[in-house]
Design a binder for this molecule. Structure first.
Ligand SMILES: Cc1cc2nc3c(=O)[nH]c(=O)nc-3n(C[C@H](O)[C@H](O)[C@H](O)COP(=O)(O)OP(=O)(O)OC[C@H]3O[C@@H](n4cnc5c(N)ncnc54)[C@H](O)[C@@H]3O)c2cc1C
Length: 432
């Protein structure tokens, strides 16, 4: 009997430490500092660097990575339990060295990078001396990479990149971008593109503007980029020529489940505030908590969090077990599709139960509702993931050959009567 829903006592001690450390030392940074990824901000570095050192000393740095890359290699289940605490705070992932998109970019650099690429880009990224961006989506469409047109052409010993990319998050702070571009237009659909490491200072990497999401992002951080004859040496291709889809999948599997883990932290935060509020506020002679329609909101929210959390943890367990994202594709897609709805519904209920206060910038709910849309778009829209779930599920079934379904009751009864023919007399047969 191997089902187990308990955390090892030794690791629980680490989780308790993380919880207290995040509450007392990290969350306050959310209210006084600018962009968590701005490694050039002296004030940020003064406050963040000592906390990162403490996390490293505690051996909790970069827990998404194995020991060969400087992480403890705890696996996805432990990472999930950690991330659901880190997800509460804007600064916590950076303090613990597991922030997106650097975590995913580090994963593909580790997987496909040459020794030289690893030395130049991976190590400083793992140490958070620099940050990176992932430049895949194009303005004419992100949900279908087959329509991408940004191209890279080989001129002598260099690749020359031309085209436009949309919503490359944190590009303005990044030291390098990982760019997906068409190198082999005549090849099969999924072999047309390759991945490149493009240093941000490369001439021709032109940020046209930075978009902000919602109203809370005062400075936009999602770049609209035009690559104009941006030239990188031949050895800056990441992974095999024509292999961009495979490389992207390597990072997106982990990226999606890690977002889901952190989302649990956010929804719990909204839920905790919702519970506190309904116990504190009285209207028409009783507490909000005593009104049945409010109780329904509390019950629905709790049940949705528990269901979502169990699915995330089981998916994390499957990743640890199979060590192959492709074998867990359906589960990851399901988690990705469920995440924006759970996030949206609980944040919206928390907003609503806080009344007018909930709709202001003095509470985090408006930002959370917007973030729920972020989670439904980044790394692919919900519809696309639902399609994946449905296709994967349907692979486990086959069509019936007859006119009626295989579970058609008259047919089943007939078969059952044949099976037990010697037990049923002709009278029973007549009644049936
Ligand atoms: C906050 C944020 C950060 C992001 N960061 C990055 C980043 O760092 N790098 C990067 O490359 N990209 C990034 N993206 C872009 C993201 O990957 C795209 O937004 C996403 O892939 C959808 O592409 P699109 O925006 O072009 O929407 P479209 O492709 O135009 O799709 C619009 C809508 O059409 C519907 N739709 C699309 N396909 C289907 C379908 N097959 N069936 C049914 N309905 C469908 C969905 O409702 C979808 O939301 C980010 C996006 C956001 C919001």
């Amino acid at each position: 009997m191997s089902w187990d829903f308990e955390t090892e006592p030794e690791f629980q001690k680490e989780l308790d430490w993380i919880d207290q450390f995040v509450r007392e030392e990290v969350e306050p940074l959310d209210y006084v500092l600018g962009h968590p990824y701005d490694v050039r901000d002296a004030r940020r570095n003064k406050l963040v660097r000592p906390l990162q050192a403490e996390v490293k000393k505690r051996k909790l740095w970069a827990c998404h990575l194995g020991p060969d890359l400087g992480g403890p290699g705890y696996g996805q289940v432990k990472l999930a339990l950690m991330n659901e605490i880190l997800g509460r705070s804007r600064f916590a992932p950076i303090v613990f060295g597991c922030q997106a998109p650097d975590s995913g970019n580090a994963e593909i650099l580790a997987h496909y990078g040459t020794p030289e690429q690893k030395k130049r880009y991976l190590q400083p990224l793992l140490d958070n001396e620099i940050v990176s961006a992932f430049s895949m989506t194009e303005p004419q469409g992100g949900a279908d990479p087959k329509v991408f047109t940004t191209k890279a052409e080989l001129h002598g010993d260099n690749w020359v990149i031309n085209g436009e990319k949309w919503f490359s998050s944190n590009a303005h702070l990044a030291s390098f971008l990982i760019v997906m571009a068409v190198t082999d237009p005549e090849a099969k659909e999924y072999n047309r593109m390759s991945m490149f490491i493009v240093p941000k200072e490369t001439p021709g990497v032109n940020i046209l503007r930075n978009m902000g999401v919602g109203t809370h992002e005062t400075e936009g951080s999602h770049a609209y980029i035009r690559y104009e004859d941006a030239t990188v040496p031949k050895d800056h291709m990441l992974g095999p020529r024509g292999g961009a889809f495979v490389v992207a999948q390597t990072r997106l599997g982990g990226g999606r489940i890690h977002h889901a883990m952190r989302t649990i932290g956010q929804v719990r935060k909204a839920f905790d505030m919702m519970c506190e509020r309904v116990l504190s506020r009285t209207t028409q002679g009783s507490r909000l908590a005593d009104k049945q329609m409010v109780q329904e909101k509390i019950a629905d929210s709790w049940m949705e969090i528990e269901q979502f959390r169990l699915l995330v943890l089981r998916t994390a367990w499957k990743i640890d077990r199979y060590k192959d994202y492709l074998k867990v594709r359906k589960d990851i897609a399901a988690v990705k599709a469920l995440m924006p709805k759970v996030f949206h519904d609980i944040a919206a209920r928390a907003l609503h139960l806080h009344g007018s206060l909930g709709a202001t910038g003095e509470m985090p709910f408006v930002e959370q509702v917007i973030q729920s849309f972020h989670m439904g778009l980044a790394d692919g829209p919900t519809e696309v993931h639902k399609i994946t779930v449905a296709r994967q599920v349907l692979r486990e079934y086959k069509a019936t050959t007859g006119l009626f379904p295989s579970q058609h009751i008259p047919k089943l009864r007939e078969a059952a009567l044949r099976k037990y023919a010697n037990m049923f007399d002709s009278q029973v047969r007549a009644q049936s």
